[in-house]
Ligand binder design. Structure first.
Ligand code: PLP
Length: 394
């Protein structure tokens, strides 16, 4: 008899962003004259930098000539890109082998696909609030989830304690949605916990490029002992504007061994079976983003977003609203004014100011009463949105 994967039936009906889209479109229909400003979805607005565009064009020309045409590439990524990523880490003192790096079409796919390696019996620890993908991908496989409270009291950075029993631990720093960033001492506590218990940390570093404070870690592998307990997921999406171009990578150290097996070998086996690699063009574009000139050019875009974040935090400071993030992160996580619930604040902001943000409750129970704004809009839109916020709440 045919059987569905009934775990899918336990997923919540509507993904957060579809509910937002639904409310926004109803509002836009009722008020067609009002210009809406979107400060919610975490997509970038700056175009690809010139040296990436020119690398994509050259690669397209190579693919159009019989002498330079390339068919299937290595599933785990071309050497030229893995070497470039290796150098990107080495510049920060993190020494990797090229074959510890696996290139993919983005962090989201890898974060979901990595679960192929782990038994359903593992106890999964996920912070709350959180990027919803960690929760849903585990629910799809029926794995038990324990939530770690990320609250104002702990600066939205939960830490391990004696009572905690977890085999797989998700950490995201800089965090989506709270913008909070673990410092070295805090992250070391997780590394030590995982090594003592034989747990594995899934470290999401999608926003590492936003860290400006040199005291804060951008990679978990900056910490001693991480190579025996952590896998790191990273992406060109926010670093280099690749949300629509698609490229990311996952680092699985050779020293990460469980039950006598290197997890990197299993991941290679998984990828070579179920994945056929990222397009040659895109990998050339990603390589260019990490060249000296590319790094300089992507910094211009990152600085642009950082300045947007400063516009947001400045407005919140003026209004006396508490928030985290915005300093080493493109996300600003604020406490809703007057004790409002997050969907109520969403509706108020939409209806009275025509500004769209993301209600914290959509990221987990602890997100209730909070709200996420992002720095990825244009400067003009960010300034206008903050002006409207000040008029509404000032
Ligand atoms: N991880 C986090 C925390 C994110 O916020 C996102 C995208 O918003 C991703 C991963 C997905 O990145 P990618 O575009 O590389 O799939």
């Amino acid at each position: 008899m045919f059987h569905l994967n009934e775990n899918y039936l336990t997923l919540s009906e509507s993904y957060l962003f579809s509910e937002i889209a639904h409310r926004v479109s109803a509002h836009a229909q009722a008020h067609p004259q009002q210009k809406l400003i979107r400060m919610g979805i975490g997509d970038v607005t700056r175009p690809l930098c010139p040296c990436v565009v020119s690398a994509l064009q050259s690669a397209a020309a190579e693919q159009g000539s019989a002498a330079t045409f390339r068919g299937y590439g290595p599933e785990q990524g071309y050497d030229f890109l893995r070497e470039r990523i290796r150098a990107y880490y080495a510049a920060r003192g993190v020494l990797l082998e090229a074959d510890e790096i696996f290139v993919s079409d983005g962090a989201k796919s890898d974060l979901g696909n990595i679960l192929d390696l782990f038994s359903r019996e593992n106890r999964v620890l996920i912070p709350d609030p959180v990027y919803p993908v960690y929760v849903d991908t585990n629910r799809m496989e029926g794995r038990p989830i324990v939530f770690a409270d990320a609250t104002e009291e702990n600066g939205f950075l939960p830490l391990p304690d004696e009572t905690l029993e977890a085999d797989l631990i998700y950490l995201c720093s800089p965090n989506n949605p709270t913008g909070a960033v673990y410092d070295r001492a805090q992250l070391q506590q997780w590394v030590d916990y995982a090594n003592e218990r034989g747990a594995v940390i899934l470290f999401d570093a999608a926003y590492e490029a936003f860290v400006v404070d040199p005291a804060l870690p951008r990679s978990i592998f900056e910490l001693p002992g991480a190579e025996t307990c952590a896998i790191e997921f990273c992406s060109f999406s926010k670093t280099a504007g690749f949300t629509g171009t698609r490229c990311g990578y996952t680092v699985v150290p050779h020293a990460l061994v469980r039950q006598g097996v290197q997890l990197g070998r299993l991941w290679l086996r998984r990828q070579t079976t179920k994945f056929n690699g990222v397009s040659y063009l895109v990998q050339r574009g990603a390589e260019a983003a990490l060249s000296d000139e590319g790094l300089r050019q992507i910094q211009e875009n990152l600085s642009y977003y950082r300045a947007n974040a400063a516009v947001i935090t400045c407005a919140l400071d003026t209004l006396g609203i508490r928030y985290t993030g915005g300093k080493n992160s493109p996300y600003v996580w604020l406490r809703c004014p007057d004790g409002m619930r997050s969907w109520d604040f969403f509706d108020l902001l939409l209806q009275q100011a025509g500004v769209v943000g993301t209600p914290g409750a959509g990221f987990g129970a602890n997100g209730e009463g909070h709200f996420r704004l992002t720095a990825f809009s244009t400067r003009e839109a960010t300034e206008e949105a903050m002006q409207r916020l000040k008029t509404l709440l000032g």
